[in-house]
Design a protein. Sequence first.
Length: 119
Amino acid sequence: MSEGFLTTHVLDTAKGIPAAGLAIALYRVSGNSHKKIAEAVTNEDGRTDSPILPKGKFAVGVYELVFKAGDYLRATGQAGAEPLFLDEVPIRFGISDPESHYHVPLLLSPFGMSTYRGS
């Protein structure tokens, strides 16, 4: 059994606060196939309450986090005109070490986003 796990969080860089209430889906990617394996909503700290991919389910492979940024931006009055510049934000990444902690955060504003492998 692997000891690694995956966490994420979202920071609203336009407001300078954690992005609470933002829905996230996690997919396992294989070729053109996407299989949803988890869903979560960020808490008041902009984090999920538990790892989005916990120990025991963590495996080498390609994954995609899809952040429902548009719903969050609409709910916080930051959306602007439709269609939104950022709506669903996918981040595809690979896990190569099943024993590590992977942390994939999203820094979000209505017109920009960035990510990195955190700790």
